[in-house]
Write a protein that binds this ligand. Structure first.
Ligand code: SF4
Length: 506
């Protein structure tokens, strides 16, 4: 079978989901080929740009595309944010021009079609009916045919995780179904899981998609490939023939998934909870063994633990038995991080940066969200991580149902007070998961028009609506001098995926 990771996703590292599936296929002797159509498609568009721009920026961007791609693979470009920003924006400019003819707003991180919405199944079906209208068509129409001939298979899976991949996924599926009518198509991944966890899900893609898979795909895929009935114990991920040197990062990033779901699984706004995704973790001994083998094989510059939240037990295991390369990932703010010795041990293990979801600087809002965070502990954790030399990427969320302007102001003050111990900030406005428990208690309306939309708009119970939240963020929060200094450091487009390379400790 062939497993494809479709465009468009930030092309900084290989996709971990299909690597896990290849590992499972290897263990059962099933032939499988991985294709990262995201990095291949982006590089192909950048190489074949035949647009002759008329503006100075466009001319410069086309002329320097190879130089800018090379710069993003060298660490020195990450030492000067202006140089890095210019390289990223120039590459985006070339992609923007490549998509413009087809009404597509295209970048290194996004794909938006002016006439087609990724949250409407009818529009996805239309994308499948007109694959030639997709800017990646010249790439995938040549590549997919060759692949099918080489692999002699009629089973193709797509790993669809983000909305930015949806229209391209269906354009590729449409091409395959038109050109090779006997082909069987499977789709899975995070976005497909979210669709299928919606109450009353009914596959609207019959005739195009033969099987939709929610959650881990190993079992259903092995069954399709004829290994039905066999158990699927944890297997070593295999990145196969993915082009590890092509990703836009200074050195190879090894993404690794030690769990699906979340061990906490209580935060009120979290899609993981709304979708009732079960928590399944790889035993920590297996994680250590996997990482040891993968580090030996791939020699990464950085390990990205892609769990929703790395468990304290796994962090403890890393502290005792370092994974062998610098690493980073998402962590909840727990008592452990308020212990300086624990932070020092993490640093010693190679921990470069932790992404932490603080969400609010008001204890009442945090409690209403069931984050399970104590602000005093959060304060000590941030200070200890700084003392230990571990970078922090702090996530804040404004406009939740329990917040008003007063609580938002407390978040501003907490952030400003801790500005010297926060390296990067992600500031977001709250989206209400359409089918979570909270949606039942609020007055809601469609957020995006579309049968596949995952969020709903709501009337804020305290009148703190999105418009007011945005005004507060633009006019107060982001104008605070110590906060704006942090926000200016955020790597454009790649954000947290490239943030570790901006730390002096890297
Ligand atoms: S810790 Fe993160 S992933 Fe886990 S429930 Fe909370 S928001 Fe969701």
């Amino acid at each position: 079978m062939i497993l494809i990771y479709p465009p468009v996703v930030k092309p900084s590292e290989p996709p971990p989901g299909i690597a896990k599936l290849l590992g499972a296929c290897n263990a059962h002797g099933i032939r499988c080929r991985l294709v990262d159509a995201n990095i291949e498609g982006i590089l192909s568009l950048l190489a074949c740009s035949n647009k002759v721009p008329s503006d100075t920026w466009g001319i410069r961007a086309v002329k320097n595309v190879s130089k800018n791609l090379a710069a993003l693979k060298r660490l020195d470009a990450y030492r000067k944010i202006d140089q890095y920003t210019r390289a990223v924006k120039d590459i985006n400019r070339v992609l923007e021009m490549a998509g413009a003819d087809r009404g597509v707003s295209l970048s290194l991180a996004n794909y938006q079609n002016k006439g087609l919405s990724p949250v409407k199944s009818a529009d996805l079906i239309r994308a499948a009916e007109e694959p030639e209208n997709n800017p990646f068509y010249p790439y995938f129409s040549a590549r997919l045919g060759t692949l099918l001939e080489e692999e002699q298979t009629f089973l193709v899976g797509f790993s669809l995780n983000y909305l930015s991949q949806a229209l391209c996924t269906f354009a590729m599926i449409g091409f395959l179904k038109q050109r090779y009518p006997g082909i069987r198509i499977v789709i899975g991944g995070g976005l497909v899981t979210s669709w299928m966890r919606r109450p009353g899900w009914n596959n609207p893609f019959l005739g195009l998609v033969d099987l939709c898979v929610a959650g881990p795909g190993e079992g259903p895929l092995l069954a399709l490939a004829g290994a039905a009935g066999e158990s699927t114990p944890h297997c070593l991920p295999d990145y196969g023939t993915l082009p590890m040197k092509d990703y836009l990062s200074p050195g190879v990033i090894l993404p690794y998934n030690s769990s699906v779901g979340c061990y906490w699984n209580r935060c009120a706004f979290c899609p993981e909870r709304a979708e009732q995704n079960p928590y399944v973790r790889v035993p920590k001994e297996a994680v250590m063994s996997d990482l040891s083998m993968l580090v030996e094989r791939i020699k990464p510059s950085l390990i990205h633990i892609v769990d929703n939240a790395i468990s304290p037990a796994l962090m403890g295991a890393f502290a005792l038995n370092p994974p062998g390369a610098p690493w980073y990932g998402f962590s909840r703010i727990t008592e452990d991080l308020a212990d300086l010795d624990f932070c020092l041990a993490l640093k010693e293990s190679g921990c470069l940066m932790l992404k932490v979801g603080l969400e609010s600087g008001d204890q009442g809002v945090i409690d209403a969200m069931e984050k399970g965070i104590d602000l005093d502990i959060a304060s000590r954790a941030l200070k200890n991580l700084k003392k230990a030399g571990i970078g922090t990427y702090v996530y804040l969320l404004f406009g939740t149902p329990a917040e008003t302007a007063a609580e938002a102001l407390k978040t501003l003050h907490f952030t400003a007070r801790h500005a010297d111990v926060i390296d990067f900030l992600n500031v977001a406005v709250f989206n209400l998961p359409a089918h979570g428990a909270e949606a039942m208690t609020l007055e809601t309306s469609p957020f995006y028009e579309g049968d596949l939309s995952l969020y709903r708009a709501f009337i804020h119970p305290k009148g703190w609506n999105r418009r007011q939240v945005r005004i507060f963020l633009d006019r107060e929060f982001k104008r605070n001098p110590s906060i704006s200094a942090i926000i200016r450091k955020d790597p454009p487009v790649f954000t947290s995926n490239h943030a570790p390379f901006f730390l002096n400790s890297f």
